[in-house]
Design a protein around this ligand. Structure first.
Ligand code: FES
Length: 103
């Protein structure tokens, strides 16, 4: 389990203690503003777009081709962009900080 933080588009910090499992599910369970997850986690909507703190980019694993393709459709996506439905959180992610993309 890990302690992680989401920074919402309004600048609110949502801290989740004991996070584990799919990052999109963690976000929606904790009602993080800006994570709509319209497709339910099948990498086809882009409404779970977050930007990863630069210190964490290399620690979240590689993007799949599907994730890369979906991010190509996201306005303003950059090298820090990830889709949280494609990330699994474990104890090695303690301290992770994510910025939620404005929809
Ligand atoms: S929930 Fe739809 S792309 Fe992540």
């Amino acid at each position: 389990m890990a302690k992680i933080a989401f920074i919402t588009p309004d600048g609110e910090s949502v801290v989740v203690n004991n996070a584990e499992g799919n990052l999109m599910e963690i976000a929606t369970y904790n009602e993080v503003e800006g994570i709509d997850a319209s497709c339910g986690g099948v990498c086809s909507c882009g409404t779970c777009h977050v930007r990863v703190n630069p210190n964490w980019i290399d620690r979240l694993g590689d993007k799949t081709e599907a994730e890369i393709d979906m991010l190509d459709f996201q306005p303003g996506a950059d090298e820090r962009s990830r889709l949280c439905c494609q990330i699994e959180i474990g104890s090695n992610h303690d301290g992770l900080i994510l910025e939620v993309d404005p929809l």
